[in-house]
Structures are given as C-alpha cells and as structure tokens.
Design a protein around this ligand. Sequence first.
Ligand code: F0G
Length: 468
Amino acid sequence: MSDAIAKTAQKSGIAAVQRCIVPGCAAQFGFREQIYVCPRCGGPLEIEIPLELLKSGPDLRERWQGRAASHDPRDRSGVWRYRELLPFDNDAPVVTLFEGNTPLFDAPRSAKYAGLKALRLKHQGCNPTASFKDTGMTTAVTQAKLLGARTVVCASTGNTAASLAAYAARAELQCAILLPQGQISPAKLAQSMDYGAIICEIAGNFDDCMRLISELSDVRSIYIANSVNPFRIEGQKTVAFELLAQCDWRVPGHVVVPGGNMGNSSALGKGFDEMLRLGLIDRLPKISIIQAEGSAPLAHLFAGLKPFEIVADASVPGEIAPVANPRTLATAIKIGAPVSWKKALRAVLHTHGSIITVSEQEIADAKAIIGRDGIGCEPASATTVAGIRKLVAANKIRSAESVVAVLTGHVLKDPDYVSNYHRGTLAFETLTEQGAAKSVPIVGAFRNVPQKVAATKEAILKSLESRR
Ligand code: F0G
C-alpha cells in the first residue's frame, strides 16, 4: 500500500487486515501481527486490501505500465511494481532479486498435443531462483525484516527452500530449511547449499516437515515462510496482474496450474478476484488445478463433491482426507496434506474450474512436448499440459478457448528426470494391490536418445539423414 493510500485508510478507519477465511469466524487482525493461522479458530488467514480506496484513484493499469521504464528497484521487480495492492508502506525495506517479469510464450506444439488451437505458457521458472516461489518470498522476507525476525524457516520439496535461502541471504537473515531426506532433486538442494541455508534433512516426508513447521510457529524470533503465511500469497498473487497486463487486459478463458501445497492456485484466485473487484477486468478466468495421481487429496475431494456443491460460492467441506504416502516422480508436488486447500478449492469453485489428476506417464510425455516448443520446465509444471489435454478430451475446455498454463519451475531443477526419460531409464515406484513395491517403467513417447557418432563429416551427415 502506498503512503498516501495508507494515510487515507487510517483516516477512514480502513486498512489492510489479516482476516480468517472461515465464514462463521471471519476474525480480523492487524497486518503487523506475527500469526499464520487464525488465533481464534485455527482457520486460514488472508490479507484483505482496502480496494474501495483504489477504485476512485487514477487508472492503475496506466500507472503500472508507466513503471516499466523506471530504474527504481521496486519498479524493476514484477511484484513490487504492483505495490498499491501489497500490504506494505512505501518505506518498507524491500528485499528483492527483481523477481517476476516472466515471459508468456506461445506453444504451438504443446497446443496441438493438448487438442487446442493455441496455448500460452506463463513461465514462472524464469524467476531468479528458477521457480515461482520467488514472487512470494520477496514479500514474506520483507515482512520478516519488518517484524524483526532473526531466523526464517520453511518446509519444502526443494523450490521453496532454494528461494527462501536466496532471499534470506539478501536480507542477511539466518535461514533454516526442513527437507524430506532423499526426496529432493539434487539441483534444488545444491541451490540451498550455495545460498548458505542451514539444511535439516528430516527422516520423513514433506507432510512431516510441515508438521514440524507448525510446531515452530510459536517461537517469536522465527518467521515461517511457507505459503500458509498470507504474506507469501500477497507476492504470488501479482502473477495474475502481470499475466493480465501481458494479455492487454483481455481475460483468458482458462488458467491451469499444478497443485501441491495449494499456495499458487490460492494466490492466482486472489489476484484475479482483486482485479475483478477493482473493475480492471469484467470476468474471471476459470482456474483449474492438476495433481499427480499418487498425490492428489484435493482432486479426490473434488471428485466426491455433489453437483449442487460445485456451484459458485458453495461452502467448502471442513476436512480433507490426506494421502498418507504420497507418490510421484514430480517430487515438487509430492504432498499428501496440502495446507492451503481451502483457499484453492474456493478459487476453483468460484471460477467454475476443475481439479483433476494425471498419471506419471502423462506428466512425462507432456514435459517432453513442452520441451519440443523450446521451453524447458520441471515435471510438476508439466501436469498442466497433461491436464489440459484431459480437460479438452472431456469437453471441459473447448479447442478454441484461450488457455494459459502456468509453468512453475525450470527444466534444470530436475535434470536427472529429464535425462532418464530420454534414455529410457525412468521408472515409477508404486505398490501392488497386495502392498508390495513395484517398479513401473515410463516408456517415453518423445524420447530423444544421444547417439554415438564417429568423428567424421560423413558420419555426422549420415546421422542427420537418418533423423530427417
Ligand atoms: N510446481 C513446483 C515446481 C513446485 O515447486 C511446487 C511446490 C508446485 C508446483 C505446487 O505449488 O504448493 O503452491 O500448490 N513446491 C513447494 C516447495 C511445496 O516446497 O517447493 P503449490
């Protein structure tokens, strides 16, 4: 929030607050209180921005566009450029790596594969630490500074950790990350090592790490940077603003994201909703979430909803059945008990989207097809294109609809997966009905195996000919 707006807000008694999203509670708290869930009922918290104050002001779209040529570090950031909608004063000690500003690509091969006339890919893997997490970490770590935290911590499947480690290093804060031992891509772990974080490898899965995080949340000097923290969501929601600006404020029909802990989908939902309430757009895109088959608690819940529950603004169920032993080679989204599922489900129901699953084979082939468009992403991101293909086949997306898939991480986040896919050595560990371990090979439809070629011109030309 800018100073002028903050002053007006104080005068009229309206300022950004943290509010519990549980309808029967809706308790509100100051935006500088160090809380992560509602102290009254334990429900999720959300930042409420006083949008009505912005409605009467100058056109925000023009103001944001005007900042594109500025050298002010806050204008160079694709998050802080939209600071009117962030719960910070103008003199906040912004911790930025110039996050955001990510490209929106046309992807004709992926479109054809999915059964669409056109498909655009918003590549959040082009952020400073190569995942979408940076857009939320800039705001969360700025808030940690404001609160005087000594240490920032998170549980992670790899990307949140790498991002927090980098922003903590910029902010000169101690950083500790809790990772499920042996379940993280080595490339992501290497990033966190390089940025100087204290790396705690936990004997358990991501959900165990998350449980430990909630136990740590009452230690005053420690600030939690997982997406349960509503200040993370504030930064991440700006991707909706940047996407709309890139679309010249023409709202896409459908925006599709992978689902893990559900912060990303929650943030997109909030971002689009704020744009609608400000009158900057006249309708919402459908938001759909895609989960990996073996780690899909929210898709299971969605599949079990009755038709009358799938209407806009229906009250969401109170509980979700966690997946006890989540499985997927897309380790970023290997999560059985997503923390932000209520906000994510609300966004999907509100926009009439879907939540579905895709198989390991579907993820792997979709990832390779995205690669053929010259755009590399990590496996979790490829759930989007695999999911869009299923939604088109099920007539939930029309082939002429304008669709955007959000790619969440860069291809170099998980090079072992890519190499194994193309060499034919990728396999998925699952269980038989009797509970025995079973390895299922992934037979890549788009494999591209390196060839051994003699060191002669003729051999090279022959090799080219054989592949024409
Ligand atoms: N894609 C990637 C590449 C991710 O790293 C994650 C989450 C997701 C998708 C899912 O996003 O959790 O907001 O629904 N990674 C977290 C982490 C859990 O610790 O890095 P979500």
